[in-house]
Design a protein around this ligand. Structure first.
Ligand code: SAH
Ligand code: SF4
Ligand code: F3S
Length: 453
């Protein structure tokens, strides 16, 4: 067997693409290795949502190359895939002479062919085609992250063009995957013992709303519904037709997140109590400049119906600080939003200008120092909130899927609750992949600790 080492940066979509790439390469005799020194082929799956991850790519190639030379290991073929590959295309060859393969986000099925070209002596191979109807969903991914949790793509690409965001340029237009294929994949995963699936998409709530495929129902699945499949219907179909005990999804786009989704989630046991709903800002003026399509109040209305639901949902989000033109007043609106929502988890990013995006034209940039101060203030506020949110679980019993051995102690397992919180607990008689009831006895601000009942 030839050996491939693949390193993944960025979001879950990239993680899943790496799984697909490994599967595609297994067809031409490649197996995955954990040590780059041994690899015949090194692939970097890249992210460019902010500047830092983008800059890392070329440094990382250099480091890996020198590690190989030092260890007198193999001289690998280097390939760059993912969002930087898509956006930078041929320019990658100019920036690093070590790269032989550039693979765009919709080209994974071409990877084996491209690798073979290099093996036959070609010096470079590139494919960065973006089409409206790329049917690349149907590449299997046999090697998953863990044996318990599997990612399943349901929609790819983005049509929203938020003014700061590179994703529509690197992932192309929105395409919803045919519902029958999604259900079949999840059924297969259930038969193979998977306990949890994460339905993935840049905007899962836009499922079936746009793109070539309109989400009509296949006749093979037992359902009385004959209307077009929206995201809420899809969740219901997954819950009714597939044997996987726990279903999570991300990311939700606030404008398209409707009450019907919560109604379905309340009604279906398998749909877990977690919603990732990024607000990005609390200021109406900034939200408008970001082209997000909602106001502070419209966002809070969504939060209200989630809080009023039957199940106790955990809400997480993303925020950007220092967007061009963000004043102290705008920032205070974001602080107010965070205080009112009471998130269970929050990713906060400093704005980073991205090529081709509309916000590149805005000149009123916020100084780095101010961005950092705002970031720190938000982190401090969120830490206090999170401490409180986690303390709610003390003495309560939660269901945990056992995913691995705890990083802190070999005698403990780690896993996630249905509301997606990390829990550590003594192993006892339990085994990896079990769904266990754990009584919480300690609460930090990022994880819980407990005892199996
Ligand atoms: N589709 C999701 C977001 C995907 S990108 C949504 O609409 O909410 C993941 C996160 O990266 C975003 O939520 C945003 O907070 C952050 N992000 C995107 N572009 C950014 C930029 N130019 N600067 C800083 N953060 C950015
Ligand atoms: Fe980016 Fe906006 Fe699309 Fe999210 S919805 S991926 S932030 S353009
Ligand atoms: Fe990054 Fe591309 Fe995901 S830019 S966040 S890897 S869609």
């Amino acid at each position: 067997m030839k050996k491939v080492y693949i390193e993944t940066h960025g979001c879950q979509m990239n993680v899943h693409d790496s799984e697909k790439a490994l599967f595609a390469l297994s067809d031409i005799g490649y197996e995955a290795v954990a040590d780059p020194v041994e690899a015949d082929l090194i692939l970097l799956n890249t992210c460019m949502v902010r500047e830092k991850p983008e800059q890392k790519v070329f440094k990382r190639i250099d480091t890996l190359k020198h590690e190989q030379i030092r260890a007198q290991g193999k001289r690998s073929v280097f390939g760059v895939m993912g969002c930087v590959a898509q956006a930078e295309a041929e320019r990658i060859f100019d920036r690093s002479r070590d790269v032989s393969i550039v693979l765009g986000t919709q080209s994974i099925s071409k990877l084996p062919q491209m690798v073979q070209q290099i093996e036959q002596g070609f010096s470079r191979s590139i494919d960065v085609t973006l089409t409206k109807d790329a049917d690349f969903f149907e590449i299997s991914a046999t090697a998953r992250q863990t044996n318990q949790i599997a990612y399943v793509s349901i929609i790819e690409g983005c049509n929203k063009f938020c003014s700061y965001c590179i994703v529509p340029f690197t992932r192309g237009r929105e395409r919803s995957r045919p519902v029958g294929n999604i259900l079949a994949e999840i059924q297969g995963l259930a038969e193979n013992g998977y306990k949890e699936v994460h339905l993935l998409g840049q905007n899962v709530n836009s499922y079936g709303l746009s793109g070539r495929y309109r989400g009509n129902l296949p006749t093979t699945f037992n359902t009385s519904q004959s209307d077009q499949v929206t995201f809420a219907r899809l969740l219901e179909l997954v819950a009714h037709n597939c044997g996987v005990p726990r279903v999570k999804y991300m990311t939700s786009y606030p404008r398209d997140f409707d009450q019907e989704i919560i109604r379905v989630m309340d009604a279906e046991e398998k749909l877990c109590e977690w919603v990732h709903l990024p607000a990005q800002s609390g200021s109406d003026r900034i939200l408008k400049r970001m082209r997000r399509g909602y106001t502070f109040q419209a966002y809070m209305d969504k939060i209200s119906f989630i809080r009023a639901a039957e199940k106790d949902y955990s809400i997480t989000g993303d925020l950007i600080v220092g967007f061009p033109g963000e004043t102290e007043e705008d920032f205070l609106e974001t602080m107010r939003l965070v205080a009112e929502v009471e998130y269970d988890g929050l990713f906060i990013f400093q704005y980073s200008a991205r090529p081709n995006t509309a916000a590149m034209a805005y000149e009123d940039t916020v100084p780095e120092k101010v961005k950092t101060e705002r970031l720190m203030k938000l982190i401090e506020l969120q830490n206090r909130i999170q401490q409180r949110r986690y303390a709610r679980y003390l003495e309560k019993t939660v269901e945990v899927l056992i995913e691995g051995v705890s990083a802190k102690s070999n005698d403990e397992f780690t896993g996630h609750t249905r509301c997606h919180k990390t829990v550590n607990f003594p192993k006892g008689e339990s085994r990896l992949g079990d769904l266990v009831q754990v009584k919480i006895n300690r609460a930090g601000k990022n994880s819980l600790h407990g005892q199996i009942l």
